[in-house]
Ligand binder design. Structure first.
Ligand SMILES: [Zn+2]
Length: 289
């Protein structure tokens, strides 16, 4: 059975393959009532989704996803119920985006000197211009036969101690990322607190103290592939620290995370009310509901 709620969806404004309006139509077809478009470093798709949602009776919660640095590793935050018209937010997200592209360019230059010849288009073909980053470079290296796997690309070229690991000034720290979301009147959530491919030490129990200090609001407890036990553990953790929980599929469409299907994660609709309760924006009057 499909859920009525999916709060983690990517559009063509980052690395998804469907436009915001197409996503709303697809959501309607499978009976979703609440969705959030959470593009990487961008809120540009939100007004388009909201307009399409208004016509079709689909509630669109404004959102975005932001990768932040935590002790030298990347973790993802989701910002919800943000004021997408806020210039400071839009400007900061544009900055992040440009810096991310610059980092990819510099990495490709270094790789070329190391004998790995990749064009911008090789990498963009995988990630799309919207959210291109090191994982897409790793994929491109594998496709061209320079390495046997994504892991090998990181362990031989892109990992922390290697030449092609260009230091990132594109990333905000975890507290700064949370502050950016709060300044935009939003609610800050740690996205998929468990990901199988992340190193073991990226344990939510390790991350939480600093996140709590910085005012984190919640955890994404419902996510593609999470077992009932995993979700129960995260819901329990959230309760203990007075955090809310959210959930979604991380749907991109196409070849990105093909196992993540729109609406296929059973997310309780109460998550939406909890989000608005926690936000300082409050549920908009003009909402479809
Ligand atoms: Zn995502």
């Amino acid at each position: 059975m499909f859920s009525e709620t999916d709060l983690h969806i990517h559009s063509t404004f980052s690395d998804g393959v469907m436009s915001p309006a197409e996503l709303v139509m697809a959501a309607e077809q499978i009976g979703l009532r609440n969705i959030a478009i959470t593009d990487h470093d961008s809120v540009d798709g939100v007004p388009l989704a909201a307009a399409a949602g208004y016509k079709r009776g689909i509630n669109v919660i404004p959102g975005f996803e932001l990768s932040v640095d935590w002790r030298g590793s990347d973790i993802d935050l989701l910002g919800y119920a943000v004021d997408v018209s806020q210039q400071a937010l839009v400007h900061e997200l544009n900055e992040r985006h440009l810096k991310r592209l610059e980092r990819v360019r510099r990495t490709l230059d270094i790789l070329a000197k190391e004998g790995v010849q990749l064009d911008w288009d090789d990498v963009a073909a995988i990630g799309g211009e919207g959210a291109i980053g090191r994982p897409h470079i790793a994929w491109a290296m594998m496709r061209k036969g320079y390495v046997a796997s994504v892991e090998e690309a990181f362990s031989m070229y892109l990992g922390q101690d290697y030449a092609a690991n260009v230091p990132s000034d594109a990333k905000l720290s975890l507290p700064d990322g949370i502050a950016l979301i709060h300044k935009a009147k939003g609610v800050a959530i740690i996205a998929h607190p468990y990901m199988p491919e992340l190193p073991e030490y990226l344990d939510i129990n390790e991350i939480l103290p600093e996140a709590l200090d910085a005012g984190i609001d919640g955890l994404e407890a419902y996510y593609t592939g999470y077992t009932v036990q995993r979700t129960a553990q995260l819901v329990g953790l959230a309760k203990r620290y007075d955090l809310i929980v959210t959930g979604g599929s991380d749907f991109h469409g196409g070849n990105q995370l093909p196992h993540c299907k729109l609406g296929a994660v059973n997310v309780p609709s109460e998550c939406v009310a909890a989000l608005w309760d926690r936000s300082s924006t409050g549920k908009p009057e003009s909402d479809a509901f």
